[in-house]
Ligand binder design. Structure first.
Ligand SMILES: CC(C)(COP(=O)(O)OP(=O)(O)OC[C@H]1O[C@@H](n2cnc3c(N)ncnc32)[C@H](O)[C@@H]1OP(=O)(O)O)[C@@H](O)C(=O)NCCC(=O)NCCSC(=O)CC(=O)CCCCCCCCCCCCC(=O)O
Ligand SMILES: NC(=O)C1=CN([C@@H]2O[C@H](COP(=O)(O)OP(=O)(O)OC[C@H]3O[C@@H](n4cnc5c(N)ncnc54)[C@H](O)[C@@H]3O)[C@@H](O)[C@H]2O)C=CC1
Length: 723
């Protein structure tokens, strides 16, 4: 049994015991169920404490069991039994009580917790609803409004807040089991039916239909395309509409539907993918187990532009003081204004109090003197995407900074070695690629160079976690993983413009698929000058002219629209005009007839005939080209597992989690079909190198292997010819 049963002072103590997080697998559920029945039968037992081993209560159902195979008692059987017990049962909580863990606690007559505890119903984040009575019992504990909020967002609630909400009865200090025993013994004479949540009514104010409608509208706009939040609202509303038993039965039906849904399967995959990618390893052998991160107590950022200001903000809001360096006072003042505005917005959103924001701001030391960085532990460079400039800065940093300082670059495309070789500390140079807007987007693509040490990698992987990002380690190549895959994706979007589409049609197709924002909107957000500079750098390197009127560039199909927009002074959102126009910095994209004319003129001048392009073709061309590139990345060993690519797209480009990421999406479509289409487009568009089929894709399309093994095949850890 995975729940220990002991007796102390006439109190039965049931301790959940399933490492690492006491997930409620079938054996644990059986252990709790047997434990409470045993305690109830035993006349010497006066009360029961349910708690968890290893400093945590329970992280909910065992997510791995959702694919079927294991049974055991249904979780609400435990609740039904406790509801009929005369002996009081207390949940004594430390660590987490999440999902089914909180539901077990809500079955108990009382809940006590340490101050550090966090509770929550995060099921919605894996495409489910709390299926163990959570949608029916939580509203009885805390009222409809709070329950709707907790269940539809999946956010964790700290103990003290949960106590104020009526979810926790008492906050305690000391040994949680001792406290549980003391607490429950003081309740031995009460009538348990009076404190049983089943017997309570759901509190709410206003009209139930209005509450339901408002909650539906909110989740539909906040979690566009996701089914689970909608079902969560329905079920929570049922708690007030239906008798307890009917509510529970309906909840179980909803849970089972969602459990089998493609969205939940994709989100469960994403949950484990996010954890798998923390087990990084370098080709040189260093890995997450052996490498020790260096402490980062102070930091510096160079460049307070679109990216640098946000990066500095990530550091200071995570308690790491930061020296922000600009090239002159004018740029510094402009950058600081943006940092301040972003901090204010954080306050408006209730994520920081005014006091906390003020305190954060004192941790930022603006300067125009790069020498001020001499004593910091880590520097992140975020100046223009210009190799010469970046090399100059790294050469300077190498001279100025103490020998232990780690030097990071936020380059979006340049090889790490091409920057690291400007220093005499290549082992301490690493790419830390943030995504725009850098304060908001969760991905941190960390890139190792040929000589980057495991210690340096461990430091930036840990830093990523500290600043609340999702760090993924990848190898170096032009554009790394994210932008390398984005290139064929965006190029196909631009080719679709040339062939007959428009920015808003392409973006609408992508948003209908589930992307929160379209390709051309992203491009405007990043700045069109970035794309232009990358192309100009490629031309410079190859020693050729960048010609906006040529249909070929470096032997490949070329679309010169970016150059034409750049030349027309369209830099993107930052100057109010890019692929769209904007009325303000926070304004919405507006279709600009000037751009339509520019595209049409471009086609006329090059003799390109425009046609109607269907949404399926747009989607397929953008996605399959990028997926094909993903397989090439795996093949080249720049990622060690396909999961890394998916996490990069989920957190860097907001690929809908309920679609699992592009590689998972490919696995659902079937690699055979993807490969055939890639071959078809390769034949149709022979001058686009991104359509050359990946040999790994070709190989995997012949066999049926789970995604988790694709990286093994790519790296030769699994030999497919033996299958
Ligand atoms: C808890 C955390 C906040 C901890 O975070 P952190 O410290 O950062 O550690 P992690 O790296 O995240 O995790 C460590 C390690 O633990 C694994 N893990 C964590 N949680 C779970 C879990 N719930 N199940 C399984 N494994 C878990 C994690 O993967 C890591 O291991 P690794 O992958 O090997 O590295 C954080 O972990 C967290 O947030 N966890 C998830 C919390 C969560 O989402 N909980 C909700 C779960 S869903 C739930 O509870 C559903 C219900 O409420 C319904 C109850 C119904 C119960 C009935 C089940 C029936 C099963 C179906 C029967 C099928 C029969 C048939 O038809 O055949
Ligand atoms: N904009 C985006 O979406 C993304 C950009 N990047 C990368 O981040 C880097 C910065 O890009 P952006 O912030 O968009 O550029 P930006 O043009 O908005 O800002 C660059 C800043 O660097 C400053 N700067 C230039 N030379 C300097 C020097 N010698 N000393 C101090 N400051 C100096 C400039 O004054 C400017 O404020 C680039 O390498 C870019 O490729 C990475 C991810 C996304």
């Amino acid at each position: 049994m995975m729940a220990d049963y002991t007796v102390r002072d006439q109190v039965a103590v049931i301790e959940l015991d399933n490492p690492p997080v006491n997930a409620l697998g079938s054996a644990v559920r059986a252990g709790i169920y047997d434990g409470i029945r045993k305690a109830d039968r035993d006349p010497n037992i006066k009360a029961v404490v349910i708690c968890g081993k290893r400093g945590t209560f329970c992280a909910g159902a065992d997510i791995r069991e959702f694919d079927g195979g294991k049974n055991g008692p249904w979780i609400t059987d435990i609740g039904d039994f406790i509801d009929n017990m005369k002996k009081p049962v207390v949940a004594a909580i430390e660590g987490f009580a999440l999902g089914g863990g909180l539901e077990v606690a809500l079955f108990c007559h009382y809940r006590i917790a340490l101050k550090t505890v966090r509770v929550g119903q995060p099921e919605v984040q894996i495409g489910l609803l709390p299926g163990g009575g959570g949608t029916i019992r939580l509203p009885r504990a805390t009222g409809l409004k709070n329950a709707l909020d907790i269940i539809t967002t999946g956010n964790h609630v700290p103990a003290e807040k949960a106590a104020k909400m009526g979810i926790i009865d008492q906050i305690v200090t000391g040994d949680i089991i001792e406290e549980g025993i003391k607490f429950v013994k003081s309740k031995c004479n009460i009538d348990t039916s009076l404190v049983c949540l089943r017997m309570k009514t759901v509190k709410y104010s206003g009209d139930l239909d209005d509450i339901s409608e408002a909650a539906m509208t909110k989740v539909k706009s906040k979690f566009k395309g996701a089914i689970a939040p909608i079902v969560c609202v329905k079920s929570v509303i049922n708690s007030a509409k239906m008798p307890y038993e009917k509510g529970i039965d309906t909840e179980k039906e909803h849970f089972q539907d969602l459990r089998h849904s493609s969205q939940s399967k994709a989100m469960r995959y994403a949950f484990f993918a996010e954890r798998a990618i923390t087990r990084w390893q370098l080709p040189s052998g260093g890995n997450y187990k052996t490498a020790k991160p260096l402490p980062v107590k102070t930091s510096g950022v160079i460049g307070a532009g679109t990216m640098g200001g946000g990066i500095a903000l990530c550091l200071i809001t995570s308690g790491i003081p930061c020296i922000l360096v600009e090239q002159n006072q004018q740029f510094l003042d402009k950058g600081l204004e943006i940092v301040k505005a972003q901090l204010m917005r954080t306050v408006q959103l209730g994520k920081l109090s005014t006091e906390q924001a003020k305190k954060c701001f004192t941790m930022l030391k603006p300067t125009t003197n790069i020498e001020d960085l001499k004593n910091v532990d880590l520097v992140i460079e975020a100046v223009y995407e210009d190799l010469k400039l970046k090399r100059e800065i790294f050469e300077k940093l190498d001279r100025i900074c103490k020998s232990e300082t780690i030097l990071c670059t936020n380059t979006s495309s340049l090889h790490i070695d091409s920057i690291a070789t400007a220093t005499k500390r290549q082992s301490k140079v690493v790419g830390t690629h943030f995504f725009a807007p850098s304060y908001i987007m969760k991905l941190l693509e960390n890139i190792y160079g040929t000589k980057t040490s495991a210690e340096t990698v461990a430091t930036v992987m840990k830093l990523g976690k500290t600043i609340k990002k999702v760090p993924v380690l990848v190898g170096s190549c032009t554009g790394f993983v994210a932008n390398r895959m984005l290139k064929p994706y965006s190029e196909e979007a631009q080719y679709c413009l040339e062939e007959g589409s428009t920015p808003s049609i392409v973006d609408t197709v992508l948003m209908d698929f589930g992307m929160p924002i379209g390709n051309f909107q992203v491009s405007d957000l990043s700045g069109l000058d970035i794309g232009f500079r990358i192309k100009r750098e490629a031309a410079r390197k190859a020693g050729v002219e960048l010609s906006k009127n040529s249909r070929f560039f470096l032997g490949q199909r070329n679309c010169g629209l970016i150059e034409k927009l750049y030349e027309a002074g369209r830099m993107g959102k930052k100057n109010g005009k890019g692929w769209y126009k904007y009325e303000s910095l926070n304004g919405k994209p507006i279709v600009d007839p000037e751009v339509t004319m520019l595209i049409e003129e471009h086609c006329r001048s090059l003799g390109i005939e425009r046609r109607n392009i269907g949404s399926q073709e747009i989607l397929e061309r953008m996605q399959y080209a990028m997926i094909n590139e993903g397989f090439k990345i795996l093949e080249e060993g720049l990622c060690t597992m396909a999961e890394e690519i998916d996490v990069i797209w989920i957190y860097g480009f907001s690929w809908p989690k309920y679609m699992g990421g592009p590689m998972y999406y490919a696995s659902q479509i079937g690699l055979k079909k993807i490969y055939e289409k890639v071959c078809y487009y390769h034949k149709t568009f022979p001058y686009s190198m991104h359509w050359v089929p990946s040999s790994l894709l070709a190989k995997l399309s012949q066999i049926d292997l789970p995604l988790s093994e694709w990286g093994d095949v790519a790296q030769g850890r699994k030999l497919v010819n033996k299958l």
